[in-house]
Design a protein. Structure first.
Length: 395
């Protein structure tokens, strides 16, 4: 087993609970660990402060999995951690539930399994392996996921970006159990069916569950615009909450078609209009027509993927939110989201403030939502708190 020894000035974050060991923090590597091997992480004096899998090509060569220097990182370890993840979700947040069979089962660092993500969609489980070490142990992981959840189908969804950074190959497809063409699940009583070729990320955006519930509580009587709607999670919530009308817009024709079908299934086909459009052009055209909404929801894809993209990301969020604010009537509401971990909450709110000035508006923050409780984050890991959902009153 190899040992990764840290530079003296880089020990504190890891010792305090941060799970990532960055390449620049490493003084030397003792032994000759291969990609995916178990390594110990030691401070400058040689005291072991954690263990994880070795990823020599990554900017994060080690992600801490255990603080116990003697705990084996074997198949049994993986099984115990997946069992624990399932158990506390059931005990503390009641998942799965009769009205919610789709949720995140394993959230990487938040469940002590850095590099592993598992989402459950009713009788199907979707797995992402994000490190070389997890990929090497895929057979054990797939077996444990099936055993713990009872899933009839296990699907691996490849992450091209992480494969490139970590240096391994993967493909998307069924790896265990029955073949299927679509994901079927419920969320807060809504029935969803999403074809695999329409699925985003691991299939759906479970992290917005609680923010969708907040929109539902505020939608009564309002004219609502759901921009970047995907299959209409926010739009459905607004319609059930009593919105007078809902316009759901996305650039994906397949997502729009899927969303319209889901809305019709629930009897909201006449309340929600699904429209394929480009948001930049659509916002500009609606503003020219002086269209106004009582609530505008803006949930774009990641506009600042990494810290290197921060400046351009801020500018993009500023332009987008200024355009959205021009469509909100006085005393209306804007729900603005960012899933870019590189942009912190304070930075995001400053950007919203600048966007308001650009649009000749003022905004008052009512609440700041985040990812749901099934997406937990270690307290010493700010990078894991990626989702911001700002609810603001517009004056």
């Amino acid at each position: 087993m190899g040992t990764v020894r840290l530079r003296s000035g880089h020990v504190q974050p890891v010792w305090a609970g941060h799970p990532w060991v960055f390449a620049q923090a490493i003084e030397e590597v003792e032994g000759a660990p291969g990609a995916g091997d178990v390594v110990s992480v030691a401070d400058a004096r040689g005291q072991v402060i954690g263990r994880g899998f070795w990823s020599p090509k990554s900017a994060i060569p080690v992600r801490i999995l255990t603080r116990d220097p003697h705990e084996p990182l074997d198949a049994a370890f993986l099984g115990r951690r997946i069992e624990t993840a399932a158990a506390w979700r059931e005990e503390l947040i009641g998942l799965p539930a009769a009205d919610t069979t789709g949720y995140r089962l394993v959230h990487s660092e938040g469940d002590g399994l850095a590099g592993l993500v598992v989402d459950l969609y009713g009788e199907a489980a979707v797995v992402q392996l994000l490190t070389y070490g997890m990929k090497r142990r895929e057979t054990d992981i797939f077996a444990h996921v099936a055993r713990v959840t009872g899933a009839k189908t296990v699907i691996e969804v490849a992450s091209e970006r992480m494969q490139r950074l970590e240096g391994f190959d993967a493909s998307t497809g069924v790896v265990r159990g029955q073949d299927l063409e679509r994901l079927r699940f419920t969320e807060r009583g809504f029935d969803f069916e999403i074809d695999l070729d329409v699925a985003q990320k691991t299939g759906f955006y479970f992290d917005q569950r609680e923010n969708r519930a907040a929109v539902e509580r505020l939608a009564t009587g309002r004219r609502v615009l759901d921009a970047f709607s995907y299959v209409g999670g926010f739009a459905l919530a607004a319609a059930r909450g009593g919105a007078a009308s809902v316009l759901a817009m996305d650039t994906s024709a397949a997502a729009i078609t899927t969303g319209a079908g889901i809305a019709a299934h629930h009897g909201y086909g006449d309340r929600i209009e699904f429209r394929k459009d480009d948001m930049k052009r659509a916002f500009k055209e609606m503003a020219a027509r002086k269209e106004q909404f009582d609530m505008v929801i803006v949930d774009p894809p990641k506009l600042a993927p990494t810290v290197r993209h921060l400046d351009q990301g801020r500018k993009a969020y500023r332009r987008l939110n200024a355009a959205a604010l021009r469509l909100v009537r006085r005393e209306g509401l804007l729900v603005s989201c960012s899933c870019s971990a590189a942009i912190k909450s304070g930075d995001f709110l400053r950007t919203l403030g600048l966007a308001a000035r650009d649009a000749d508006r003022e905004v008052i923050l009512l609440s700041m939502g985040q990812q749901g409780a099934d997406h937990p984050v270690p307290a010493s890991f700010p990078e894991g708190r990626y989702l911001k959902c700002a609810l603001v009153r517009v004056t």
